[in-house]
Design a protein around this ligand. Sequence first.
Ligand SMILES: [Cu+2]
Length: 463
Amino acid sequence: MTSRRDFLSASGAVLMGAAMVSRTQAASLPEAVTQMNPATMPPLVPPNGRPYNPVVTLNGWSLPWRMKNGWKEFHLVAEPVVREISPGMKANLWGYNGQSPGPTIEVVEGDKVRIFVTNKLPEHTSVHWHGQILPNGMDGVSGLTQPAIQPGKTYVYEFVARHPGTFMYHPHADEMAQMAMGMMGFWVTHPKNPGFMPVDRDFVFLLNAYDVEPGSYTPKINTMLDFNLWTWNSRAFPGIDPLVVRKGDRVRIRAGNLTMTNHPLHLHGHNFEVTGTDGGWVPKSARWPEVTTDIAVGQMRAIEFIADAPGDWAFHCHKSHHTMNAMGHNVPTMIGVDQKGIAEKITQLVPDYMVMGDKGASMGGMEMPIPDNTLPMMTGQGQFGPIEMGGMFTVVKVREGLARNDYKDPGWYKQPPGTQAYEWTGEMPEAPSAPVKHDAKSVAPTGAEQPVLNIKRGGVHEH
Ligand SMILES: [Cu+2]
């Protein structure tokens, strides 16, 4: 559902904008297209300009443009937005054109690009075109390369998209606050030749993170490291859509990291190669097979693989605390603690007390009451039970016979009979175990002729 706002009919901000842009001989601002729906939108097939193979923005969309005297014109509006992080939780963020992250901008190598940026935030901003090779004055660093864009003003950026590849945009003004509030977007410069490194499906998303207290709606912008929501395009699992691909497709996934830490992205069931980095495409001779690739802060990576294995394949950040959500971290580890009898005593004092996790965390199976507007730490239901994941986790769903542009969730994978792990119900042979001998002064492997090792621990345990 794309709603459109015509800024020509709006007041003050646009009059300002028109005055600012008169030197570009633009008669009017292009309309600013707004998108409120957090669903993954179908790829934007280019209606004009040079042809390219469009990308799919995970839980996002691509920004329409207009062609004007050979220029491709976009209109970004920096503004406060409400973003659903996952069903059950919304956050008050800042973003562009109704969403955080902002819309993906897609252009073609050699395009003359003009971007109008209208500031509807309560403070100044700017836009830095991360990774682009462009004139210094278009680099968007407030104070250094341009005055900041004050609230209500519209600025214009103009440059030629010289290099094909994977890029991002974000403010370079009050940066820590504005990025912590969600201001960022993806940028793809497609190659001039649509036949260059073609793929069947090309997904893009940004890695981002927030610190939103359970029960509240606005991120804490002074948090430096201890974020509690690890997101892809400002969505946390189970709010992140699956990546639906057809068996045999060549698939590209591009990610950019605008969090404050690195994220090792791990794909199950397939080997991939890193085919693109911040600086462009990686020559074939320089690629190697991987199943995990680390994306450092400020980096972009494109990975590619042939989806040759049907199934529901997990795809996630491998830092296990990045596949969790906000609620439920302040819980002591109780693994190995015998809690028998403790619960009864505590229940006399705290009627709702619940004994948790003496055999592991197993919070995924518990339906616990949580405050309004937050997400349980380990969540998501699969066809066989709780998935016990959150945050930076989703599923690559490989299916046979999908139509070329079919990105609909096909449901859970039906595993062929005999191909799933199963419970052993036969006899259990006694497992051999190593005999252990403890001694106050020595730890000695048992068995004949073994030397005895005297382990001294700095004298502390000497008798
Ligand atoms: Cu991570």
